[in-house]
Design a protein around this ligand. Structure first.
Ligand code: HBI
Ligand code: FE
Length: 298
């Protein structure tokens, strides 16, 4: 497992500005106190405005489980002020046995998987500044909470995420993390669901982004050159496909149901990793002859 210093060094070399959060007083599992008093009135206002803007966009674009859960969270007052994780944890533990743990930001993969495998979802404690309202390079509190927390109240997605965490710990020992990370990216972060014949978002990266949420559901996007492409989920195809880090995805993989996603990812991945090692990575925008493409705007 990476040491704290190695982790910070890795991220510092990967991005010019290094990590945004404060990693100096973290626990062994990289958790910190949420320290609610640190949020300024300006942070609270950013939260309220982000929550209001994104909530107004989800009808007809987000999957029903997300819409229902966001409404329930708002009824508990979480739209009006930055949530205290302890307040959410009471309801979340009852719903699916998960709890939120406060973290300073991105964690080493092994630490992140260990939390997921034990039904603990790491939520970043800091929120973007007003001037970053429309774009932030690293996942902040709003991305983690608005994007990921609502579906943690759905037993199927919660079970899938716990299995993903357990699979992640195995993948680390099989040196297969790069393949498995694509599965996280194309499901938990940018997954799409065909619900009553309509394309709906369930990935947190889409659901917490005004631009990408419109891009994937409003007739496949506004830029005639850059249309979203929707391909039916296929596990090996997903784990072979590179993803976009700092732009909308080129390809979105579509599942028929959370049950199907759980079934498709239940087997032991060891043989899949063995085959993938001999296959070239596919570019994010690749389309293969045997891809089952779904027409946008459905
Ligand atoms: N850490 N806090 C946090 N949140 C993430 O989503 C996250 C992470 N560390 C690693 C990571 N995601 C990715 O490597 C996933 O693909 C596992
Ligand atoms: Fe995320």
């Amino acid at each position: 497992m990476q040491s704290r210093q190695e982790f910070q060094q890795t991220v510092a070399t990967r991005s010019s500005h290094g990590l945004r959060g404060h990693y100096d007083n973290i626990a062994a599992d990289f958790t910190v106190a949420q320290d609610y008093g640190k949020y300024s009135p300006a942070h609270q206002d950013v939260w309220r405005r982000l929550y209001a803007r994104q909530s107004a966009l989800i009808a007809g674009r987000a999957c029903q489980a997300f819409v229902d859960s966001i409404a329930a969270l708002a009824r508990s007052g979480f739209a009006d002020a930055i949530p205290r994780f302890d307040d959410v944890n009471e309801a979340l533990a009852k719903a699916t046995g998960w709890r939120l743990v406060p973290v300073p930001g991105l964690l080493p993969d092994a630490v992140f998987f260990e939390h997921l495998a034990n039904r603990r979802f790491p939520v970043t404690v800091w929120i973007r500044e007003p001037e970053e309202f429309d774009y932030i390079a690293e996942p902040d509190l709003f991305h983690d909470f608005f994007g990921h927390v609502p579906l943690l109240f759905d037993q199927k997605i919660a079970d899938y995420l716990q299995a993903y965490g357990a699979g992640g710990l195995k993948a680390l020992h099989l040196d297969a993390l790069s393949h498995l990370a694509r599965l996280y990216w194309y499901t938990i972060e940018f997954g799409m669901l065909l619900e009553d014949g309509r394309l709906r978002a369930y990935g947190a990266g889409i659901l917490s982004s005004p631009g990408e949420l419109r891009f994937v559901t409003d007739d496949g996007g506004h830029d005639p050159q850059h249309h979203a492409r929707f391909i039916r989920f296929d596990l090996m195809r997903v784990m072979q496909t590179e993803y976009m880090i700092d732009d909308f995805q080129q390809t979105y993989f579509v599942i028929d149901s959370f049950d199907r996603l759980i079934e498709a990812t239940a087997p032991d991945f060891t043989p899949y990793y063995a085959s993938l090692r001999n296959l070239p990575a596919l570019k994010a925008g690749a389309v293969l002859d045997d891809d089952r493409v779904i027409a946008a705007g459905r």
